[in-house]
Design a protein around this ligand. Structure first.
Ligand code: TA6
Length: 309
């Protein structure tokens, strides 16, 4: 069996795309929000968390997977928490404009498109074309590339995040490397700015932070499963780290009380300094996820890695 791309229907009759590589890995992308609802390794292990209490009912996003936060992260006084993109039905983009290099070679690829309707413009007035490419490589790596073009007459600004729920063995066995010494805005303290003091980020209570201007490569080490997620990003200076812990979990409707132990959100994002696009301009933000045995890590993480070269 080689690479494949298959379109099926989900429970709500909405199209979902299943990408497969030749070695057993897969990724599932719903046209509802362009949300990645599953990513499985070459060994068939699920790598993303989805709540057992998740509600699969559009227009709301599903609690888990990877959702797209655009044109804002958070709610900024608007009724749509994390923006409209994740609550819209996207279409399959049959003729995406070419990428600089042939990005699809040896991969299973789907291109999706979101263009706002007149109704959407009541909420966010600007005209844009949002193209998302999701690809699965032979080594099982998952890449998401967003290209957002201003097709408005005038400039607009936005913030952005790939809101990613990793599946972990036990949150107390997990640490993040790559964020040490950085400044972060603490959403639990009115977005006050602090500096990370630890050698790595570890978890023993609720955490909700935006780490600023981070390196392009960070690692989430899961001791319990002896596996490490490596996140390489481009165009996304910030990293959101979130775990609701026990008390907040109880107040979340579509989330099990104990589930905070099995998940960790680490989002490649552009939040502190919004992106501004002039008429006709395009922005690109890319994330590549890989999973490796923990023994493999650290010395193999090359901070000079750049996806666009
Ligand atoms: O920082 C991440 C965050 O904004 C948290 O404040 C928390 O509310 C979380 O996202 C929830 O996001 P979701 O849309 O998945 O419910």
């Amino acid at each position: 069996m080689g690479h494949s791309v298959e379109v099926t229907k989900d429970w709500n009759g909405i199209d979902q795309v299943v990408l497969r590589n030749a070695r057993g890995a897969s990724a599932q992308v719903s046209l509802h929000g362009a949300q990645v609802t599953s990513w499985r390794s070459n060994q068939g292990e699920e790598l993303l968390f989805t709540s057992s209490k998740a509600i699969f009912k559009p227009p709301k996003e599903v609690r888990g997977g990877i959702s797209i936060c655009f044109p804002q992260f958070g709610n900024c006084g608007s009724p749509e928490q994390h923006g409209l993109a994740r609550n819209k039905i996207w279409t399959i983009d049959k003729s995406p404009p070419p990428f600089g290099s042939d990005d699809s070679y040896g991969k299973s690829v789907i291109d999706l498109l979101l263009v706002p309707s007149e109704e959407d413009k009541k909420y966010w007035l600007h005209s844009f074309e949002f193209r998302l490419r999701v690809s699965l490589a032979t080594n099982g790596n998952l890449t998401m590339t967003s290209r957002i073009r201003n097709v408005n007459g005038k400039p607009f600004s936005f913030s952005f995040a790939y809101h990613t729920y990793f599946s972990v063995s036990d949150i107390s066995e997990v640490r993040i490397e790559g964020l040490e010494t950085l400044d972060y805005l603490d959403s639990l303290c009115q977005k006050e700015r602090f500096t990370e003091q630890g050698d790595a980020v570890t978890f023993e209570s609720e955490v909700d932070r935006v780490y600023l201007s981070s390196p392009n490569i960070i690692a989430v080490l899961d001791h319990g499963r002896k596996r490490t997620f490596v996140m390489r990003k481009e165009g996304l200076p910030d990293v959101v780290v979130w775990n609701p812990w026990e008390k907040k979990s109880k107040s979340m409707m579509n989330f099990g009380v104990e589930e905070y132990k099995q998940m960790l959100c680490v989002d490649g994002a552009a939040i502190e300094k919004p992106i501004t696009l002039k008429a006709g301009e395009q922005w690109t933000g890319q994330l590549e996820f890989s999973v490796v045995p923990s023994s493999f890590c650290s010395e193999h993480l090359d901070p000079r890695w750049r996806p666009f070269e």
